[in-house]
Design a protein. Structure first.
Length: 503
């Protein structure tokens, strides 16, 4: 690679000697490749259109045949061919100080950014092209791109060098276009329904709003520990206390947890809170919002995800956690009459791994669901009625105090959304936070902490409300048929690359 780099540096220096910059300051682009194909795709083979255009892009292919050359360049929207003829370019060079056809052949490499001026031409073989009159070097590439026939196939290298992945794998570029469209659509949908986006702090003195282990940092001037937020929930609820009725935030969340195809320690979510509503209202909102996103991004409510057809147009299934566990395992937790040991013994035949944290029937029910049921929920399914001990911020059911008014949405075997009727009773909330704090003090680093300021806000008075969180990354996985969350995050967290050096 060093020989290639040295050779390209020599080419960059040769430009300087000729009085041209290898790294331009600016270039005026008149059109995009997308516009040109939409506007002039109708031209007949061999036909030309005398419109002056200027276009900039990266060189992806280069063919020189004597006094004619064909390049392919790409901009953000796509690729287009350049038709380069020695006589045309050299005639322009004589009339104005510019680079020659010979310079083009000798100096331009695949990977370089160039700018061109010219007119529109469809070749005799039917390829829409720019008939170039003048060209400029915009940025000289010193490193070669991966081989065009094999591309960047090393998965980790694709994540580590995303900039190269975007150049050689058009599908990657389309993923991030879809991601941007998805985020824009969510904001527009909520804004049109009079939700107000609120920015809440990323650095917090107490990390609350979820059961998750936080990242810890330190503020030097104040000399205090701080946490990166694990949720936006508690601050958005404070806005409801302050009198706002419909709020949301779409932003980054940080959890010090494992990395998998479904988890990245830094991810994006949208949390939505609406006063005078409950978890049923949030269920309806979730279905309407996600259907709108799927339809807008995929042009259909029926998609193919990892060779599974998922139909979002049908009414989405709604089932309690207890009933869905019965459906998929045959185990009825009501039959244990509160006896945890009896329940554990009954699970021996289905091979459940039970951690020391499982000390109640509710936690055991959730464990069975996660290990034996969750991955099987392919069609959109709202699982409702969660155990109270794993839902410290949710309102209890009126008839069954062991359960809360909560749901999680599962699609393609993954949790996509989590919502509940908010707990607004400050006395109940304090008791639950105290219980969580005792678990935390006993070594459970994911247990919720006591947030005195939030409890103070509840005592001021919070209206009844429903709250919802949707994982943006997992939603984009669905929209783009991506199997790993790292495919849809531009720069996923990776271990530093191990580099060797010669002494």
């Amino acid at each position: 690679m060093s020989e290639i780099r040295d050779a390209r540096l020599l080419k960059a220096n040769s430009l300087i000697k000729k009085g041209f910059e290898p790294y331009a300051e600016t270039f005026k682009v008149s059109h995009s490749t997308k516009f040109l194909f939409e506007k002039f795709g109708y031209l007949d083979n061999g036909e030309e259109f005398n419109l002056n255009v200027s276009l900039a892009g990266r060189v992806l292919a280069k063919r020189v045949m004597g006094k004619i050359a064909f390049f392919t360049i790409t901009d953000q929207e796509g690729k287009i061919q350049l038709y380069l003829e020695k006589k045309i370019i050299d005639d322009f060079e004589i009339s104005a100080k510019s680079l020659s056809f010979e310079d083009l052949k000798e100096i331009v490499d695949i990977g370089d950014w160039i700018g061109v001026y010219g007119t529109i031409k469809k070749t005799n073989k039917g390829e829409l092209s720019i008939k170039v009159t003048k060209w400029e070097m915009l940025s000289k590439s010193l490193q070669p791109l991966p081989d065009k026939w094999h591309g960047l196939t090393d998965i980790e290298k694709r994540y580590r060098q995303r900039y190269v992945d975007l150049i050689v794998n058009p599908s990657s570029k389309n993923i991030f276009k879809t991601r941007a469209k998805c985020i824009s659509l969510i904001r527009r949908w909520l804004d049109e329904k009079d939700f107000l986006e609120i920015e809440t702090p990323i650095l917090q003195s107490e990390a609350g709003g979820a059961e998750a282990r936080p990242f810890i940092t330190h503020h030097n001037t104040l000399d205090i520990p701080l946490y990166l937020r694990i949720a936006t929930e508690l601050h958005l609820k404070r806005m409801l206390v302050g009198g706002f009725e419909k709020v949301y935030e779409l932003g980054r969340i940080f959890r010090n947890e494992g990395i998998s195809t479904k988890h990245n320690p830094e991810f994006t979510s949208v949390e939505i809170y609406q006063a005078f509503s409950n978890y049923i209202d949030m269920m309806n909102l979730t279905e309407d919002l996600i259907k709108n996103i799927i339809s807008s991004c995929c042009d259909s409510l029926v998609i193919n995800y990892q060779e599974k057809v998922i139909d979002f147009s049908k009414p989405w299934k709604r089932v309690s956690m207890k009933n869905v566990v019965i459906e998929y395992t045959g185990i009825n937790f009501d039959s244990f009459n509160g006896d945890l040991n009896k329940a554990i013994k009954s699970l021996e035949d289905i091979n459940i791994e039970i951690s020391p944290k499982i000390n109640t029937l509710g936690r055991l029910l959730n464990e069975v669901f996660e290990q034996k049921v969750e991955s099987l929920l392919i069609e959109p399914t709202f699982v409702t009625d969660y155990p109270i001990e794993i839902s410290p911020l949710a309102r209890p059911h009126t008839e069954n105090k062991e359960m809360v008014q909560r749901f999680e949405l599962f699609i393609a075997g993954r949790e996509l959304a989590n919502a509940f009727s908010e707990l607004i009773d400050p006395v109940d909330q304090r008791q639950r936070m105290q219980l969580q704090q005792s678990l935390r003090d006993s070594g459970d680093l994911e247990a919720h902490c006591i947030d005195e300021d939030f409890l103070q806000a509840l005592e001021i008075g919070m209206p009844p409300a429903g709250g919802l969180g949707i994982g943006i990354d997992r939603l984009v996985m669905l929209l783009t048929n991506s199997s790993s969350i790292r495919d849809v995050i531009p720069f996923p967290l990776l271990k530093p690359a191990i580099t060797s050096s010669k002494s």
